[in-house]
Design a protein around this ligand. Structure first.
Ligand code: F6P
Length: 360
């Protein structure tokens, strides 16, 4: 009989509970025990945060957003932030985490996470912890999987926001700027922009030229379209310029926090356009809410597949979607670099063929 641990790490996203439920159902079906670790890897440092998960604990969680286990995007065991004399210091607590895993008698650990958590998982693997990964993130920036779960729901939220902005943009003859998440990848912006009929889409993979954007908006006005809808990914930046940060890395936040490009763009456009400009920052709404049918389905199947991988002893593997099949790849390959949009790829070409301006 196996005893497996499961944790959810990094920023939350819709579909995490579907994965947890999928893992518990298929593990319990095999007569295995499951231990839920709360708040990502941090949970290993607190005995009360490691608790048994059975069928009762996962009942009714499938349509719920968030994660019943809690998560953290600060708990890297190799650079764990602690306060010393009023200052944040990063210490290595990985040995403590490893001993706790041994003490709990875990035969394997399932890490449900994005790029950051899976890199940590890979390091823990090197220290002898048997791990299987499940790709999570609204940003869709992991390699070796057609899609990460959570992304589809975030896209729906962004597309819905664009539909709503369209009508008010048209009524007031305004430029409406929608800032969406995605970190260094422009997937949410590009796909929601295509689906929501945006006029301008700005993504980190294509630094934008403000004059070209102005010209496109003015050209629309001349055609009688006296409004424009612009989607800007939080990681987008002007040619020769820099990303807009809310917080640099190293302070309270271990990684840099992006945000504010919508306002920066509006200021720039305000200097070259007569029209009224308004900015909406969609923010964490993209991470919340009930998961879409797609995310519930692949989340559940990812959970089942993760248990199958544990059973097969396929440690160091990450569950993934290829076409219509759930299969697996090495975690190492998945976190090699980020899955970014190809500026000369098919999706960008199609967007431009639809008359959408991509800032170049
Ligand atoms: O990685 C998911 C994500 O939502 C990014 O799109 C965004 O930049 C970041 O997390 C926000 O993180 P936080 O929840 O720490 O503000």
């Amino acid at each position: 009989m196996a005893k497996i641990g499961i944790l959810t790490g990094g920023g939350d996203c819709p579909g995490l509970n579907a994965v947890i439920r999928g893992v518990v159902k298929s593990a319990v079906g095999r007569g295995w025990e499951v231990v839920g670790i709360e708040d990502g890897f941090d949970g290993f440092l607190h005995p009360e945060k490691c608790r048994p998960l059975g069928l009762e604990e996962v009942r009714g969680i499938l349509p719920r957003g968030g994660t019943i286990l809690g998560t953290s995007n600060r708990g890297n065991p190799f650079a764990f932030p602690i306060m010393r004399e009023g200052k944040v210091e990063l210490v290595d607590v990985s040995d403590e985490v490893r001993s706790r895993i041994l003490q709990l008698g875990l035969t394997a650990l399932i890490v449900v996470g994005g790029d950051g958590s899976l890199k940590i998982a890979q390091e823990m693997m090197r220290r002898g912890v048997p791990i299987v990964g499940v790709p999570k993130t609204i940003d869709n920036d992991l390699l070796e999987t057609d899609v990460t779960f959570g992304y589809n729901t975030a896209l729906e939220t962004a597309t819905d926001a664009l539909d709503k902005l369209h009508s008010t943009a048209e009524s007031h003859h305004r430029v409406m700027v929608l800032e969406v998440m995605g970190r260094y990848a422009g997937w949410i912006a590009l796909e929601s922009g295509i689906a929501g009929g945006a006029d301008v889409i700005l993504i980190p993979e294509i630094p934008y030229d403000i004059d070209r954007i102005r010209d496109a908006i003015i050209a629309r006005c001349k055609r009688g379209r006296r409004f424009s809808v612009v989607v800007v990914a939080e990681g987008a930046y002007p040619k020769g310029g820099n990303r807009v940060l809310k917080e640099a890395a190293g302070g309270k936040s271990v990684v840099e926090r992006l945000g504010g490009v919508g306002e920066a763009l509006s200021r720039e456009l305000g200097g070259v356009l007569e029209m009224d400009i308004r900015v909406t920052v969609l923010g964490h709404l993209q991470r919340g809410g009930t998961p879409s049918t797609f995310d519930r389905c692949i989340g559940s199947r990812f959970g089942v597949k993760a248990v199958e991988l544990v059973e097969a002893g396929a440690f160091g593997q990450m569950v993934c979607l290829k076409g219509r099949h759930i299969t697996s790849v090495s975690i190492e390959d998945a976190v090699r670099s980020l899955n970014l949009i190809d500026p000369s790829g098919e999706m960008v070409r199609h967007a431009e063929a639809l008359g959408i301006m991509l800032g170049r």
